[in-house]
Design a protein around this ligand. Structure first.
Ligand SMILES: NC(=O)c1ccc[n+]([C@@H]2O[C@H](COP(=O)([O-])OP(=O)(O)OC[C@H]3O[C@@H](n4cnc5c(N)ncnc54)[C@H](OP(=O)(O)O)[C@@H]3O)[C@@H](O)[C@H]2O)c1
Length: 227
């Protein structure tokens, strides 16, 4: 399968990229980002753009996408609802529509977050906006669409969050982070399991569109990798 990847310069996207490069089911990765992801691999192609709202030029390369792993996002801390909505909702839907306009019908996997509000009308701003984003993605004519809602993600294989707040959080939790996914699978997963779960969702599908932490651990567990 050919994967279009957003967010490869970040922690979740970087983790997804590592698993894609190792997995024989993935024949190619097209990473779309503002700056190079710093990796080179025969399966990896990069399309760089200062403004991901305008991917018209990349459409020919999007047309044969079998899957899109959308791992791009920002923390809502310190952001107005308008600014957060522009990156979280508007940019995500813009890229999704560019894929469809290019003629692709991929499996679209969106990395959302635990606590997302599907009613899109609750009190928490980020949860409302992510809820609206999920709902609008699920209404688009993709082959299938999955909304992944991880909570805590233990960073493995050297991936690091670009967000200082997340890095501080991980540093504080470092002593605990290796046991959390085993102790609390409903609340914690690893970056490797998340990357593998994305591939498995695209390759095999899943009975539900909302994929919580426990599902991610089930989908991404080691013994299921070698199909
Ligand atoms: N990390 C976690 O523990 C965690 C847990 C649950 C959910 N999530 C969700 O997972 C997603 C990714 O999180 P992360 O931890 O990987 O974040 P991260 O390390 O901060 O990386 C964010 C990625 O998004 C890109 N990005 C942000 N704003 C952009 C914009 N305006 N235009 C183009 N690219 C932009 C960044 O590209 P640049 O390098 O160009 O800035 C980077 O590739 C987020 O939606 C987050 O809410 C994360």
């Amino acid at each position: 399968m050919k994967v279009v990847l957003l967010g490869a310069t970040g922690m979740v996207g970087g983790a997804a990229l590592l698993e894609c490069l190792d997995d024989d089911r993935v024949t190619g990765v097209l990473s779309i980002s503002r700056r190079p992801c710093g990796m080179r691999h025969p399966k990896l192609a990069e399309a760089l753009s200062d403004d991901l709202f305008h991917l018209e030029a990349a459409r020919p390369a999007l047309s044969d996408a079998d899957a899109c792993f959308f791992c791009l996002g920002v923390s809502a801390v310190g952001m107005t609802e308008a600014a957060y909505t522009r990156v979280t909702h508007d940019l995500t839907l813009s890229v999704a529509r560019d894929l469809l306009a290019a003629g692709a019908r991929p499996v679209f996997c969106y990395v959302s977050g635990a606590g997302t509000d599907s009613t899109a009308s609750g009190r928490s701003m980020w949860a409302r906006v992510k809820g609206r984003t999920e709902n609008d993605l699920l209404a688009l004519p993709f082959r299938a669409a999955y909304m992944l809602r991880p909570a805590f993600i233990q960073p493995l294989r050297g991936v690091r969050s670009k967000t200082p707040l997340y890095r501080g959080f991980y540093a504080a939790l470092a002593p605990l982070s290796s046991v959390l996914p085993r102790l609390l699978p409903g609340l914690a997963t690893t970056s490797v399991a998340l990357g593998r779960a994305l591939i498995r969702l695209a390759a095999e599908g899943y009975p539900r569109p909302i994929v919580e932490s426990r599902d991610i651990n089930r989908l991404g567990s080691e013994e299921r990798r070698v199909a």
